[in-house]
Structure formats: structure tokens, C-alpha cells
Design a protein around this ligand. Structure first.
Ligand code: AMP
Length: 666
């Protein structure tokens, strides 16, 4: 009964009964398996027959019966392609073992040039790089069992670029490439013939680096939000001590936006000698004079208009009649492009007017008494694109002379893509609104730049971008990437989630105190800065990549229905209370690491669920104390929803003493 019969069998239990074993070398393997723990004899009292007497197998000493010893000897396992090598395998032990080489299906096939019981020699001629990291195994077997020795060759060969592909979107934009070589090749990239500088936005990452089995390395040249600035001819250089390889590839990430090149200082740069008119000091003074004169005229005109309209005695709720409002419809239609006012830039004039009525006309002081800070175009130097919103692109920029303490600082600038007269007016209105909104949890607005095009709004730079993306990349599904900016939070914990929620609640308390209705509160509209500071950062509609969060109705209106309470869905009623409902959904987003509410449902199914009173389920990582808050936001009757001040207090208390929460499933 040889060990060979059982060695490969996935046995759970083997019962040996009645048939007596003989105390020979042939049962030594049973003793060895029991000794090594490979098999437990349990309560089987196995015995073997020794001169016709049964003796306990465990106690029986079986002499001259041990597993063989195997050793591969060699001169040097490091070779060059084309070299030859002889590997000698020595097998010792009693009883005498048989030695053999395990089969290798690698070209060129090795041959056994000498085979005897105690020694076998394997010869590999004209060795290829395919031998790298492959096990070459020699085995020796006898009645007691087997043993083996394994070696791996290291076959040196020159660096080679096996593959260079077109850009694909993985976590980031990735130019995929594969290199091979032993020693492992070093790599370098060039853009248009000059060394490509790797930054936090351009990195080389290994993917699927199966270095245990092969010398092939799959990589990505990753770009975080590339723009046309990154277009060009990319050359990959790979080299090692034996040779080098190079391949080039033209990559176009984005069409250049015509005259607006984010690499250049914008028109009117101090040192600029081309690319547009440069103001002379006289022209500048004259420009300022004209701008001030026009602004004063516009203000007087608009104020008079409002007074006149109010005095007309027509019976609109807001002291302004609908036809008067409608007369301004075109003029006002674009205003939501820059203003929160709850509706989308794509929404119908009707809903824009609603929004306008509630915010613009109800609170005209927001728009006429404020002094918007103007920043000189030459003080802004764009660096690269951060994202895209409905009204245009958002860039990271350096801004000079913004605050007295610092010569220059990083800011985020939003550039208006349209420059119609209406768009300019709306731009001015949003700027005035933003100038009024000042709170530690509302993104800071520094001012505008209107001398020339594009029209620009300047905001504080929030280095971790929008909260939805941040949550997704700090949740269980994301490979946590420290974007190289020195702060990696890992997977967010309960206390951090509570901190995020409390900060948004604080911003909402402020907006509610101004009777300002946001209408589109969602994590995509919040921004994350240094040290997990979170601010409400967007008062317009989010970028195209979040368009699935909106539901298109009646052609052009886009509604964030998944964040809306029944009364907003059914009657388009937006109030501070409907913002509270949305805040509850924001809490849910935070505790699901950025999942889309009702992600399993279509828009129409989601509308049905919300209007029928179904609630989002408690996220797995959410303590009941927090889910209670969510539910207090989702009361069907707007008046029954807890007010935002109380919610803020409850969250503050939870931040101070986070509930003990056991994630049993996790
Ligand atoms: P928005 O047009 O406001 O929707 O912005 C589009 C994208 O630009 C956002 O999702 C952010 O990723 C980025 N962004 C906007 N404002 C800022 C900012 N102040 N700091 C950093 N990134 C920003």
C-alpha cells in the first residue's frame, strides 16, 4: 500500500481495517504522515505484523527507511539568452531512490543527458528568457516518500517595449504600456522630445504586476484630468544594462479651446507682448471710469425698474407682475447658469422664473447693495483644468495680490464659456450673490475678473475637489490613492463622516438664516479642502459627469429628483424644508461612501418610491443615531421635518461623542 496511491487524493478520512499491515518500509510513510501532522491517526490503533505478532504502528521502529534527500547543483543560475547550462541532481537515501526532473513545457526543451539512480543531469541549451521565474524541479522517490529541490534561472535580456496603447479610462486617463527585460527595465517618458515631468497629476503606476511568474511589467502613464495642455507626442524609453527600446505615440486628450490657452497668462499679462491688446495706463483708467459709470447706471436703472414695478400696484406675490417678469424672461433666463436659485441652466424659463422670483426679487438687496471685488486679469495665471461645470471650465490658477499677506496664492477659477450680454448680466448677479454669502462652510468667493474674456470668477481652491468623488475614493470599493498631495485619509471612519456632515449642516444653518433656498444640495455640490474641511461649493448645476443625478422633464428642465422631497417633485415647491430633506439624502450619501440614492431604481421608479413614502435604507455603516437624523429630515410633512439648527446640534453632539458602532457584517 504505497504512499503514491494516496499522495494526490483529496482524502478526508481513510479507514484501514482488518487487512493486517506488515511492519516493512512500505508503511513507514504512514508513520511519517502521522508524525508530521499530515494525517491524524485519531483513535485508530493501527498495528502491523512483526514476525506474525501485531505491534503498534506508532511504536514500531522501521530501520533503514527514510525519505531521500535531493539537491540540485549548478555553477551559476544567472545566464544570458543563448547560453547553456547543466543542472545536476543528486539523490541520496535508503532505500535507494529514483530521481527524475519534472517536465517543463518551455522552448527550447531541456534534455536529460545522464540518468542514474543517484544522479541525473539536465541540460538546457540556448536558453531563452521564457525560463525566467519558472521552477525547475528535481524529485527523488523511494518507498518512504519523496523530496524535491527547485531552482529558477535568471536569464538576462535587453529591455523591450512589448506594448504601447491608446489612452484608456481606468481610475484616471491611462496610456497603457508593457515592458519586459532582465534586469527589470528602467523607464522614462518624453513629451514632444523633452523629459516629461511626473507630478501629482501625471504618474506612472504598475498594474497587474505579476512579478512572481514573469518579467513582463504592465503599467499606466496616468493623467488626472488631462486637458489639451497634455496633448502631444509621447515617447517611452525603456532600458537596462543589456539594451534599450523606444516607442512613440501621439495622444490628443482634448481639442484646444481656441484662443483660450490655460498655460498662458490670460490676456493683458504684464509681460505679454502678443496674443491680444495690452492696455495702456490711460486706456486702463478710462476703462475703469467707464466700467464704474456703467455699473452705477445699471444699478440706478435696475433699482428704478424695481421701484417702478413695485409701485405699479399689480397683484403678484412678490410685488412684481408676471408679465413684467416674463418681459425679462430672456434676459433672466441665463441667470441660473450662475446662480443657485435651484434650477438648472438647462431648465425651462418657467422654473428659472420661479427661482428668480423667490431669490432675486424677494431679496433684491443681495444683488444691488453688494460690492464685488474685481481682480486684474494680469494677476491670474491659469495652471490646469480641475473640472467642468454647466457654465464652463474650472481651472486651478495662481492669483497675485489677492490678499495683503501673500504675494500669490492658489485659487480655483470658473471661466464662463458663453459671453452674450445676458450671460454677462447673470454673471454679475451671481457674483453679487456670492459676495454676500460669507461663511466658513461656504466656499470663499474672492471676486471676478471682467476685463476681457473669458469672464472669470475666483474662488478659494479646495484641493480634494468635490465631496462625492472624495467619498467614493475613500470608501471600501476604492483603491485608496494618496494623490501625492501629502494627505491620504484612507477609508473614512465614523468620526470623519460625522465631521463632514456637521460642516455641511453648519453651512446650511447659515443659508437658512438668510432664507436662502439652495434647491440642489448634494455631495457633488460640496467641496473638500485641506484637513477634511468641507464647504458648500456649488450654487449652479453640476458638471456633465453627474448628469445621471438629474431627471430631464419637459424637454429642458433637469431635476435632481433623488434628492427632492415629494412636494418638490409633485408641486415644484422648494423651501428651506425641502433643503432639509436633501440634507438627509446628503447624510445617506456620506454614510454610503458616495452611492447614488436609489441607485437600483430608474428615475421614474425613484419618483414613485419617494412620492409613495418609501425611505432610503439605513446604510450598513450608519449608527441608528445618525439614521434617526436622516429620518427626521424625511418627514412627509415639510413642517414636521426637524429644523437645520437642531440637526446641526445633534450632529455636533455626535461628533463630540461618536456612538459606539459595531459593523458586524464588515
Ligand atoms: P462646478 O462647475 O462648480 O460644478 O465645478 C466642476 C468641478 O470643478 C467640481 O466638481 C470640482 O471637481 C472642481 N471644482 C469646482 N470648484 C472648485 C474649487 N473651489 N476648488 C477645487 N476644485 C473645484
Amino acid at each position: 500500500m504505497s504512499w503514491r496511491m494516496f499522495h494526490h487524493l483529496p482524502l478526508q478520512e481513510l479507514i484501514l481495517a482488518e487487512n493486517p499491515l506488515s511492519c516493512s518500509c512500505g508503511v513507514r510513510w504512514l508513520q511519517l504522515w502521522a508524525e508530521s501532522g499530515r494525517a491524524a491517526l485519531g483513535n485508530q490503533s493501527l498495528s502491523c505484523m512483526d514476525n506474525e505478532n501485531p505491534v503498534s504502528l506508532t511504536d514500531k521502529e522501521i530501520k533503514d527507511c527514510e525519505v531521500p534527500e535531493v539537491q540540485i547543483t549548478y555553477k551559476d543560475l544567472t545566464l544570458k539568452e543563448g547560453d547553456s547550462i547543466n543542472l545536476t541532481c543528486l539523490i541520496t537515501g535508503t532505500p535507494q531512490a529514483t530521481g527524475y526532473w519534472e517536465e517543463l513545457s518551455i522552448e527550447p526543451n531541456p534534455v536529460v543527458i545522464k540518468g542514474s539512480e543517484s544522479e541525473t543531469i539536465l541540460q538546457i541549451v540556448n536558453v531563452s528568457s521564457d525560463y525566467n521565474l519558472k521552477n525547475i524541479t528535481c524529485r527523488g522517490e523511494n518507498e518512504a516518500g519523496f523530496s524535491e529541490d527547485i531552482v529558477q534561472l535568471s536569464v538576462m535580456f535587453p529591455a523591450e517595449i512589448v506594448f504601447l496603447g491608446n489612452v484608456v479610462i481606468r481610475h484616471h486617463h491611462c496610456i497603457p504600456f508593457t515592458v519586459d527585460g532582465n534586469p527589470r527595465p528602467e523607464i522614462k517618458w518624453q513629451l514632444n522630445g523633452s523629459a516629461l515631468v511626473l507630478t501629482t497629476y501625471i504618474t506612472i503606476n504598475y498594474i497587474d504586476d505579476d512579478h512572481h511568474n514573469s518579467t513582463v511589467v504592465h503599467c499606466c502613464l496616468d493623467f488626472n484630468q488631462p486637458t489639451h495642455v497634455n496633448n502631444g507626442n509621447y515617447t517611452l524609453l525603456a532600458w537596462n544594462s543589456l539594451g534599450s527600446d523606444t516607442l512613440s505615440h501621439l495622444e490628443v486628450f482634448m481639442d484646444p479651446p481656441g484662443s483660450f490657452n490655460p498655460e498662458d497668462p490670460i490676456l493683458g499679462d504684464k509681460n505679454s507682448t502678443q496674443g491680444g491688446p495690452v492696455e495702456t495706463p490711460d486706456e486702463h483708467t478710462f476703462g475703469i471710469f467707464m466700467a464704474v459709470a456703467l455699473a452705477v447706471c445699471a444699478c440706478i436703472f435696475l433699482s428704478v425698474m424695481l421701484i417702478v414695478l413695485n409701485k405699479c400696484g399689480r397683484h403678484s406675490k412678490f410685488g412684481i407682475n408676471r408679465s413684467a417678469v416674463l418681459a425679462q424672461e430672456d434676459d433672466l433666463a441665463m441667470s441660473l447658469q450662475f446662480m443657485n436659485l435651484g434650477s438648472s441652466p438647462l431648465s425651462s424659463a418657467e422654473s428659472k422664473l420661479d427661482a428668480l422670483k423667490t431669490n432675486f426679487i424677494e431679496n433684491p438687496q443681495y444683488f444691488f447693495d453688494t460690492c464685488v471685488h474685481h481682480i486684474k486679469r494680469r494677476d491670474i495665471v491659469l495652471k490646469w483644468e480641475l473640472g467642468e461645470g454647466a457654465f464652463g471650465k474650472v481651472f486651478l490658477a495662481e492669483c497675485y495680490n489677492l490678499i495683503p499677506e501673500r504675494e500669490k496664492m492658489l485659487v480655483a477659477v470658473k471661466a464662463l464659456k458663453e459671453v452674450t450680454e445676458n450671460a454677462r448680466l447673470d454673471f454679475q448677479r451671481e457674483a453679487e450673490l456670492l459676495t454676500v454669502l460669507q461663511h466658513e462652510h461656504i466656499v470663499k468667493f474672492y471676486g471676478v475678473c471682467t476685463d476681457g474674456e473669458p469672464l472669470i470668477m475666483v474662488f478659494e481652491y479646495m484641493k480634494h475637489g468635490d465631496l462625492n468623488r472624495f467619498l467614493r475614493s475613500h470608501g471600501p470599493d476604492a483603491k485608496i490613492l494618496d494623490n501625492g498631495n501629502g494627505q491620504s485619509f484612507g477609508q473614512l471612519n465614523l468620526s470623519q463622516m460625522l465631521q463632514i456632515a456637521t460642516q455641511i449642516a453648519s453651512g446650511m444653518v447659515y443659508l437658512a438664516s438668510l432664507h436662502f433656498v439652495h434647491r440642489d444640495l448634494a455631495t457633488r455640490n460640496c467641496l473638500v479642502g485641506h484637513n477634511l474641511v468641507v464647504k458648500i461649493g456649488d450654487f449652479g448645476m453640476s458638471r456633465d459627469i453627474y448628469s445621471t443625478d438629474y431627471y430631464r422633464v419637459g424637454g429642458r428642465t433637469m431635476l435632481p429628483i433623488r434628492w427632492m422631497p415629494p412636494e418638490s417633485i409633485l408641486y415644484r415647491k422648494f423651501t428651506t424644508e425641502s433643503d432639509i430633506w436633501s440634507f438627509g439624502v446628503v447624510l445617506w450619501e456620506i454614510f454610503t461612501y458616495g452611492k447614488q440614492p436609489w441607485y437600483q431604481l430608474s428615475n421614474t421608479e425613484a419618483i414613485e418610491c419617494i412620492t409613495q413614502g418609501r425611505e432610503l435604507e439605513r446604510p450598513r455603516t450608519c449608527p441608528s443615531e445618525v439614521y434617526d437624523i436622516m429620518q427626521s429630515c424625511w418627514q412627509r410633512e415639510p413642517q414636521q421635518r426637524q429644523n437645520i439648527k437642531e440637526i446641526h446640534c445633534r450632529l455636533q453632539a455626535l461628533v463630540k461623542a461618536p456612538p459606539v458602532y459595531l459593523d458586524i457584517l464588515g
